[in-house]
Design a protein around this ligand. Structure first.
Ligand code: FAD
Length: 246
């Protein structure tokens, strides 16, 4: 349930834009004088701005997971992947500049990780579905928690891996955090690592701890398929948390 006491509606300006992949950017909004949002890793905000839709200016709002760790108190970060034909994501990737104003409302959501919930986490995502998983990972890394993280990240091509360099740094500095990448369209990319979708055969190559918590985020068909695979492999429904991007 949304914690009404923590809910805020802020007008915030873009203070930094980071190009993550050819179709994905991160947007930072400095808090300045505003009180930092009090959120739990994995939650999301609703972003609203005016967009030119077929020549008409309309207020458009969409949910976006919070990308930064809540230990970061100076800015709020979201990461947006452009959906072909999508109104707000196209506006964000193609037209948004530093200084542009957005209404930011949140935090919302139950796809959350709190310290002490589990000793082991298996985080499974694809494309922009990695955003709340990265928030959880950044939090565990920032707080130097012992929580063991296995992060399974599926992308079309190696160039689509969001946060790749930072993930490599985190893995180097935190022995408890491991990233596994799989590429679904490796042809012509020179990728020599794991290929194919995250399915039952893929999952069963890794330690599917019965006592871990499983977080899955991405488009609904992917989320549903992975939940079914995990349950087939003996993971209890109560240990599986999902966020569907629709
Ligand atoms: C809890 C939550 C968190 C999320 N977090 C993130 C995140 O961190 N990062 C991220 O990138 N996304 C995230 N999303 C998805 C995000 O909210 C948007 O749905 C996404 O950015 C697309 O919005 P849009 O306005 O660009 O697309 P829309 O305009 O809503 O269109 C979506 C798709 O539908 C198609 N479409 C639109 N209209 C029609 C039509 N009439 N007929 C047929 N097809 C049509 C478009 O081509 C496009 O592919 C999240 C979603 C949820 C629910």
């Amino acid at each position: 349930m949304t914690d009404i006491k923590k809910l805020r509606t802020y007008k915030m300006r873009v203070s930094e834009i980071i190009t993550e992949t050819p179709d994905t950017k991160s947007f930072r909004f400095k808090y300045g004088n505003l009180e930092p949002l009090d959120f739990i890793p994995g939650q999301f905000v609703s972003i609203k701005t005016n967009v030119n839709v077929n020549g008409e200016i309309k207020p458009i709002n969409r949910p976006f997971s919070i990308a930064n760790s809540p230990t970061e108190k100076s800015y709020l970060e979201i990461t947006v992947k452009k959906l072909p034909g999508g109104i707000l994501s196209t506006h964000m990737i193609d037209n948004t500049k530093i200084g542009d104003e957005f209404e930011v409302r949140g935090p919302y959501g139950l796809f959350t990780y709190k310290e002490g919930m589990a000793d082991k986490l298996v985080l499974i995502g694809g494309g922009s579905g990695v955003v709340p998983l990265m928030c959880i990972t950044r939090y565990v890394a920032a707080k130097n928690l012992n929580t063991q993280i296995l992060f399974l990240d599926s992308n079309k091509t190696p160039n689509d891996i969001i946060y790749h360099k930072e993930q490599e740094m985190i893995q180097k500095n935190h022995k408890n955090i491991k990233f596994i990448y799989t590429i679904t369209r490796p042809e012509g990319t020179g990728w020599t690592g794991i290929t194919g979708r995250i399915d039952k055969a893929f999952l069963e190559k890794y330690d599917l701890y019965k006592d871990a918590l499983y977080y899955i985020c991405g488009p609904p068909p992917m989320v549903e398929a992975i939940v079914a695979d995990l349950k087939d492999s003996g993971i209890e429904q109560s240990r599986i948390k999902i966020e569907r991007y629709h």
